[in-house]
Ligand binder design. Sequence first.
Ligand SMILES: [Zn+2]
Ligand SMILES: [Zn+2]
Length: 340
Amino acid sequence: MLEAQDKSHGGEYTFGSQSPASSDLQMLEVRPRVFLGGAAAVAEPDHLKEAGIMAVLTVDSEEPDFKAGAGVEGLLSLFVPVLDRPETDLLSHLDRCVAFISQARAEGRAVLVHCHAGVSRSVAVMTAFMMKTDQLTFEKAYENLKTIKPEAKMNEGFEWQLKLYQAMGCEVDTSSTIYKRYRLQKVTEKYPELQSLPQELFAVDPSAISQGLKDGILYKCRKCRRSLFRSSSILDHNEGSGPIAFTHKRMTPSLMLTTGSQAQCTSYFIEPVQWMESTLLGVMDGQLLCPKCNAKLGSFNWYGEQCSCGRWITPAFQIHKNRVDEMKMLPVLGSQTRKI
Ligand SMILES: [Zn+2]
Ligand SMILES: [Zn+2]
């Protein structure tokens, strides 16, 4: 709360909702030369010129129609099509949104971030910008923004995405467990019938590549030795907090300390790998079999499954640890192990 009223930002209150000039222009200056607004803010290009806006970021379902004219000459614009719904994937667009604002600012341009009502989508993007630029937590940035625009209220899906953004260090890391899990959760919303799945969802089949397995661990079918997945595909989770997890913690405190947090888990929860694709299409759950020998390896469920540690994982692609063998891929030994 104290940070939200930081004196360094106090001067901007003159641009707040009480300011007749800015309310006429339907926009608020949230940071120096960074404005927030709704569709009305771009309806009259002359107003943009009056406010000195030289860059416009639109996060809306419709792209504003900037007709050629004095108001829009030399105007930079970026349109990011998003709906104001909790299930909308805004996270994947945050990096380029924040980069656009920062770039405009670095060039000395005043920038407007707007959506339709100026309450949810643009607020979420602005909050991300404040988090990154001012190194604020999600809560502090959002609180700060709400002191400037009290009616700001992003939907709960965006709140959750901004917390993930924070957990990734305010930069979307598509190779991180956080992002991979997020992307998997979005799939069932985007493709409820699961008739086709985006290719980027699947990790490359380790049996299809002989190069590039520099380090890390390779997991092979215990029965037929076929390579199944790499350690980079494992989506780690913290132990569940349910009654099962509680019992385990009480009974085996020493085990916990010596073998780490995954000690109770009898399965690996992984991202989908290419060889699973035909199995996953069009069905919500089923078994995962070895693509070579058909041995049962585990199971999957788009609605989630519970790990032996008590944690629910949604969606779940689990491989039982006792069905696979770990194999360390050392740079030199990698090719030698194949020959044996
Ligand atoms: Zn577990
Ligand atoms: Zn096998």
